[in-house]
Design a protein around this ligand. Sequence first.
Ligand SMILES: [Zn+2]
Length: 522
Amino acid sequence: MTPAKIDALKTELTKEIDKNQKFSQEMVDMIFSFGELGFQEVETSKYLTDILKKNGFTIEYGISGVPTAWTAKWGSGKPVIAVGSDIDCIPKASQKPGVAYHDPIVAGAPGHGEGHNSGQPLNVTAVLALKKVMEREKIPGTIMLWPGVAEEQLATKAYYVRDGYFKDVDACIFTHVGNNLGTSYGDGGMVGMISVRYDFEGQASHAGGAPWRGKSALDAVELMNIGWNYHREHMEPTQRSHYVITDGGDQPNVVPSKASVWYYFRERSYPKIMQMFEDGKRIAEAAAKMTKTTMKYEVLGSAWPGHMNQPIAEAMYENIKMVGLPKWSEEDQKLAKALQKEMQSPTEPGKGFDGLSTSLSQLRKPATTPSAGGGGSDDIADISWNIPTIVLNYPSNIPGLPGHHWANAIAMATPIAHKGVTAGAKAEALTLLDMFVKPEILKNAWTYFNDVQTKDTKYTPLISKTDKPAIHLNKKIMEEFRPEMKKYYYDPSKYATYLEQLGIKYPTVREDKAGTTTGGGN
Ligand SMILES: [Zn+2]
């Protein structure tokens, strides 16, 4: 295909995606309103697969034994390019969109405080536009859409890889919400992780009447945590480890016969993560010994530290420059600045709260310091060590927020999210077109993968052959909140936007009156 022809097709794709803004907005708002936690993304997965099926995709449901996971394929032959994004949300992050202070839709309920409601709408918009062009121009190749289920638990992607779903795939583009349009390559300095729940079992007794007959599983949990926290002093500064007690007993007058603690162990390399896993096991066993209890553990999730592909990232960045950032309205900036003020978002000294990004980020190069990527992990890394992969970030959220928080949900069903998705869909569709019609991109991607990325580091899964996805997670929480949340599912047949359905004036911000603040925050 000639460069002039490719340019013409790119112009066509851009126009088509602009034309489909209403469709993108409906998908973003709909998934926002579902607000489903990891492994419980029932409505979200049904909604997305129904759209894809209607558009000629072949769906395989329940991949890797995960009821809410799937692949959707269209096209034929090589190359096969996978396009993915996460779909789960955050506990206790329910929040009205467009309101710049804490105001939940359903108090205590989960919500999209990580913005995972936007990535699949971006992907669907991009691939449907591209499909039209590929059909007409008879461009060979296969597109495979897939969801990151339970990404917050880092709990599915290593299983997809282990179970062969990426075996015949040539490359992967993943999308993740951010506050700028950008991508990166190499080792970004992120940590990998293994997530383990330790279950202790002792013996119940009357805590007042016969405490000497009890063996406290809660004592074991507390001693394990004390042991780990002393051990922390002797660990390298690149590690991150944190825990929650998921079961601490029922009531004080019953010696807890059962108690559980759930750990995330994070480090910069596979051997270091495995060392933390071993240390955790040893300390848990010691705690069981001290308390005459027994201990079992279950691996609930894992992720490698990521490494993204240079040739694909460079191809993507060329398209990002063509697309550019969305044009923010005064209302968009007003919401962003008010929220940054509300959260006292960290900002550079003297810069103030400067709102949404207005200059495009640079192509991010590999990390030069040991923990440049901060302390987060993403199991897209497991895909990235098996096929050339990149992550496209798109500007659907507000800079400077804490992450995994209700504040991160505020922009996610507003024009900010909608415009960010449209910009991201363009960058993705243009890059996919390049990958299908310029064979040298995939050839160079594999050369980088084989000769640079995996030259000295070989992928060994953190999960075993027998570990199973922890599909029981979050079941109870969703059962508790879903009936109330259902009342607020988005109805696009009645309302143009979700903001309209909720009766929210955009933006709603606290008004300063004579130095005091008013408004309904809590
Ligand atoms: Zn995420």
